[in-house]
Structure formats: C-alpha cells, structure tokens
Write a protein that binds this ligand. Structure first.
Ligand code: ATP
Length: 626
C-alpha cells in the first residue's frame, strides 16, 4: 500500500470555493422555503446572545449606580428572561428545521444517484474503480447530507453571533478586534488542513475498505455461509478482516495524531492572544476608563467571540469535510453513459424481418488488453433458432451483451435488417429482446412480480402469465406455493418469504423472459440449474418456444443444442464451425469432438446417436458446415 495521504492547505481554499456554491444550490433545490425559514431563525438565534449580554451590561451599570431595586431593573430582568426563553425555544425549533432540511437534501441526492445509476452503461458497473466511487457516494448519503446542513447553518449562526459581538467590541475598543482576528487565523488554517487530511485518508482507504466490506459480506451473509463452513474458510477471512481493520485504524490514528498536534499549537497561540486582550480590558476597568457594565460586556464579548470562533472553525471544518465528500457524488454524477440514443433516432423497431448481423465487429472490454472479438461476422436470421457453443471464455455472453447493446463494438457494426443498431434509441431497441441471462436476478418480490416485471410498462396480464409459466414449466411450482402467485420469493426481506432452489429460480427467470413475448429470445445457459426431467421438458418445447422468433441459445449441454436449426461454434472470438447438428457431426471437427466427449462422459453415446438420427428425420439439415 502507498504512503498515507497528507493535507495540503493551498488546495483546501480551492476546493472550498468550488464546493460551497454547490452546497448552497443543493440546499435551495432540496427545500427553498425550509432553507429560508432556517436562515431567518438562525440569524435571529445568532443575534440573541449579543442582545442578552447588552441587557446584562445595563443591569450591572444600574446596580453599580446604587439606585436600589427600581422598576427599571425588574423590567430589565423580564426582558432578559424573554430573550433567553426565545433563544432556548428557537434553538429547539431550529434543530428540527435543520434536520428536516438535511433529510430533504438526502432525499434529493439519493434520487440523483438512483436516477443516474439507472441510466449508466453496464460498463460502469463492471469496472472495479467505479465501485469505489459509487460505494463511497452511497455510504455518504446515509448521514452526510444531514451533518452538512447542520454544519452550514451552525456556521452561519456562529458568524451572526460573532458579528453581533464584533459590533459591540468595535463600538467600545476597536483595536481589540485586531487581536481577535489574529488569534483566529491559525485555528482556521489548521481546521481546513485537518479536514482535507481526513478526507484524503478516507479516500485512500476506500479500495481496501471495499474489499474488506466484501469479506464482511462473505462472513455474515447467507450466500457464502455453506462454502465457508465446508472449506473451513472462516478463519482465513476473519484474519483478512482483522488485518484491514488494524490497517485502517493505524492510518486514521496517524492522521488524527497529526491533526491533534496542529490544533494544540494553534489553540495555544489563540488563547495566549485572547488573554493579552483580557488583561488590557481588566486594566481599563481598574483605571476607571470603562464602566463596570462595559467591562462585563467586553468580557462576555471576548468569551463569546472566542467560543463562536472555535465553533465556526469546527463547523467550517465539518462543512469542508462533508462537502468535500460530496465531490465523490459529483464524480459519479459526472460519468456519462456512452450508449445513448442518437440525436435523431430511427423509429423503434418492432421485429426482425431479415437478420441481425455482426459486420466486422471488434470488441475489447474497457481496461482489458485482449480483444474478445476481432473483425467478427455472424448473421442471425429471422425465424431461425441458433445455438451458440464454445468453451468457457470463448465470448458467448459477450456476444449477447453486444447484441443487446449493453456494450457497443469498438469498430465494425451490428445491423438489424441492414440498419446499424446504434441508429435506434437503445431503450426501444432492447424491447426487441426477451433474455434469460446466465447470472439472472432473483428478485425478492412476489412470484407474480418476478415474472410480470418483464413488461414494466404494461399492466399484468394473467393470461400471458399463465402461458409463460406453462412454457417455462413453472406452473406446478406456483400451484404448490402457499399463496400462489402472490407468494413472496426469497427470504432477504420477509421472514415468511419462500426460498426457491436454483432450478426453481431458473424456471422463474425463464418464465420472465417468455412473458416478455419479444421477437428475439436469448437464452444464456437456461437449463444449467434444471434437473434432467425439467431440461428435457424444456427442450421438448424448445421448437414451440422459438417458433416465429429469432432465437439464440447458449449452452454447454450438447444434448440440447441439436434442437436448434443451426449451431455456431465459437472459439477465441472467432467462428470455428457453423451448421446443423448433423452437418457438424459429419464434419468431425470441434463440435463433433465436444459432442462425443460429453456423450461418452455421460455414457449415452448410443442413445445420442439414436436421438441424432431421430432429429435428422424430424429436421433435415438446412445449412452446411462453414
Ligand atoms: N466485464 C468484463 N471485463 C473484462 N473482461 C471480461 C468481462 N467479461 C468477460 N470478460 C472476458 O471476455 C472473455 C469472454 O467472456 P464471456 O463471458 O463472453 O465468455 P463465455 O463464452 O460466455 O464463457 P462461459 O462459457 O464461461 O460463460 C473472457 O476472456 C473473459 O475473461
């Protein structure tokens, strides 16, 4: 790990100047009226201490004049009581107003993050450094907006209080002000420096913190609980977690120690100067140059200015710290999606008339050195069921990501009936697809929602729902659920939620893809978790599912791919073989080898050959091997 960060004061001013207007705009956006009310209340509360001290001065002077318990004195006490009561009451109301405002800021920012995240490219989420940015932004959202609002308004209140007393000092002993200002400077500088250091330390620890959070997750959540116990992994992960905590503690303590030393020196200087000023005031009172009331007022003013200066510095430091952390949010909100609609998109396509084609498409993942595809050509024809096979890492899932515009090729193009798919609004274009992904999502919603959310803009259609469930082989499962379609799936949020097996979840995901009823169906490993019976059932219906659609099936199960009209074998981003099952078997190439290896492994060579010939009868070979 690199050396821990240090704070550099020069940059602090620049960063404050940059960030403060953003904070003010944010407060206005969050709740303009709330902000105005909070500011008005803050100004009033800030001025009250000077008012209270001024009444006290008059009281002391009245007492010193020896006039006895006059009505004036009682009126002064009543006025003081009124101001103090007002101050206490206003304090409570303002606390509430500031929290309220802070929560509005939090809401506005949370929506900003969610809305922005919803429009970002998949590429953003697949880059580790972006996790840091997003994770930090999300973590900050939990508490910083409220603290930031408190600190801004607290600082304003301190400044108003200081102004009130400064006016008093100016009226009585102007040069005392100079001492106050000089005393404030080192404290102010140190506070800024320390908040920058805190921020940098936090920034520095984030990547490691994210890994530690991942380890914490492994240790505490259900997902890895089984493997952890079976492999006896817990001790190793606990050691990793402990090492991170220790390191983070060391780095933070180092920063805290550095801050402490700086603050100690700055405070010593400022207290020393204040007492020089105090000695002067005592001298003036002792020599009779100022009244006893003036003396008490100046002492109160010096104490109040010093106290509020310390507070404003601390509040300012907090503003800086919390606001600097908002820059992470800016960094995140500044990320622009690349896959966006063109200025004048073509009307949304409704189906595939001829084909979807990769035309000399090349693609390398951001940050990767090796291309997944180079000058790749493939035509997927309308109405044709294509199976894509290839070893792990051959590029099958990447091909789906490119087809569905989760990524765009770096060069070359993908066309829909001859038109570059980038000419469409990606959201509209994606409506062409019903997809089940290899790592499909297990939505912790009801069974019905898990399926019908495939058509988020339409009301749920019970007829279609029943059909999709039937086709995906989900109906018996739904019938067995305690509350049928209304049963809540997963146990993440509901104690009484129904957890499903991997295969059952896969059927739900398949029903979701089918419910979409889109012209292009993509099934990426749709049977990986299904039992043999369910898989056989599914592929019995495969022809029916893919009828009149362009479909793409990705699977490692060779006994299923033969049902496709056409099989494309890819390896290292290139098409190795392309043809029907029979043609590829006859070719005795890669497909033949993979097929027979798997068939032998399952000791089903004879039945495979038998099925193969049956299939040949049912679907005489269309294309030949390329
Ligand atoms: N998000 C990513 N960033 C960088 N490289 C990636 C990313 N996803 C996949 N790759 C790489 O791209 C190549 C193709 O991966 P892909 O997932 O498309 O393979 P696949 O054929 O679907 O494999 P499998 O059969 O294991 O699912 C692999 O070398 C993989 O390491």
């Amino acid at each position: 790990m690199d050396e821990p960060p240090t704070g550099r004061p020069v940059q602090v001013f620049k960063e404050v100047a940059h960030v403060l207007p953003r904070v003010v705009r944010l407060l206005i956006r969050a709740h303009r009226k709330g902000l105005l009310a909070a500011l008005a209340g803050t100004a009033a509360l800030g001025l009250l201490p000077a008012g209270i001290a001024s009444i006290a001065k008059v009281m002391v002077d009245t007492l010193a004049a020896g006039a006895g318990p006059t009505l004036n004195l009682w009126l002064l006490i009543a006025a003081e009581l009124l101001l103090v009561t007002l101050s206490v009451g206003l304090g409570h109301v303002l606390d509430l107003t500031r929290t309220y405002l802070g929560e509005h800021v939090q809401h506005v920012l949370r929506m900003d993050v969610n809305e922005h995240a919803a429009h970002l490219d998949l590429a953003f989420f697949e880059q580790p450094e972006n996790h840091d940015t997003l994770e930090k932004a999300r973590r900050e959202l939990g508490y910083r907006p409220v603290l930031l609002t408190m600190a801004v308004l607290g600082g304003v209140q301190n400044l108003v209080t200081i102004s009130g007393f400064v006016a008093i000092v100016l009226a009585f002993q102007p040069f005392l002000l100079l001492a106050l200002v000089i005393a404030a400077i080192p404290v102010l500088l140190v506070a800024q420096q320390s908040s920058l250091l805190t921020f940098r330390t936090y920034d520095f620890l984030t990547p490691e913190g994210r890994r530690a959070a991942y380890v914490d997750e492994l240790l505490t959540q259900e997902g890895a609980a089984k493997e952890l116990r079976l492999f006896g992994l817990s001790r190793r992960l606990l050691a990793q977690s402990r090492a991170y905590t220790q390191h983070a503690l060391d780095v933070r303590l180092q920063a805290a120690r550095r801050n402490l030393t700086r603050f100690a020196w700055a405070d010593l200087f400022s207290v020393g100067l204040q007492y020089v000023a105090l000695a002067f005031v005592v001298y003036r009172a002792a020599t009779g140059s100022i009244s006893l009331g003036d003396f008490t007022l100046l002492i109160a003013a010096l104490a109040a200015v010093r106290q509020n200066l310390t507070q404003v510095v601390s509040n300012f430091g907090d503003v800086l710290e919390h606001a600097l952390l908002l820059t992470d949010l800016d960094r995140f909100l500044g990320v622009r999606p690349v896959i966006v609609a063109p200025a004048e998109p073509l009307p949304a396509p409704v189906t595939v008339h001829r084909s979807l084609r990769f035309e000399r498409a090349s693609f390398t993942y951001p940050g990767a050195t090796r291309a997944v595809f180079t000058d790749f050509n493939l035509e997927l024809r309308a109405g044709e069921a294509t199976a894509l096979v290839g070893v792990n890492g051959a590029g099958k899932t990447t091909l789906v990501k490119l087809l569905t515009r989760l990524y765009d090729p770096g060069s070359g193009r993908i066309t829909l009936d001859g038109t570059d798919i980038r000419s469409y609004d990606p959201e509209h274009y994606r409506e062409l697809f019903g997809v089940i992904l290899q790592d499909f999502t297990r939505y912790q919603f009801s069974a019905e929602e898990n399926v019908v959310l495939a058509r988020p803009n339409d009301p749920a259609d019970p007829l279609k729902l029943g059909e999709a469930a039937q086709r995906a082989g989900l109906t018996p499962l739904v019938n067995a659920l305690p509350e049928g379609w209304g049963t809540f799936l997963g146990r993440q949020f509901q104690h009484r939620g129904q957890e499903l097996s991997g295969g059952q979840w896969q059927k739900v995901a398949l029903a979701r893809a089918l419910y979409r009823d889109a012209p292009i169906l993509i099934l990426d490993e749709p049977t990986a978790a299904l039992d043999a019976e369910a898989e056989a059932e599914l592929f019995k219906r495969y022809r029916e599912l893919t009828q009149d659609r362009l479909s793409l099936l990705i699977t490692h199960r060779f006994n299923t791919v033969r049902f496709a009209d056409r099989i494309v074998v890819i390896e290292e981003g290139q098409i190795l073989e392309d043809g029907t099952h029979a043609a590829l078997m006859a070719l005795r190439g890669r497909y033949h080898d993979m097929f027979t290896a798997q068939a032998q492994a399952y000791d089903v060579t004879s039945s495979a050959a038998e099925m193969s010939s049956q299939l040949e009868t049912a679907h005489p070979s269309g294309g030949g091997a390329s």
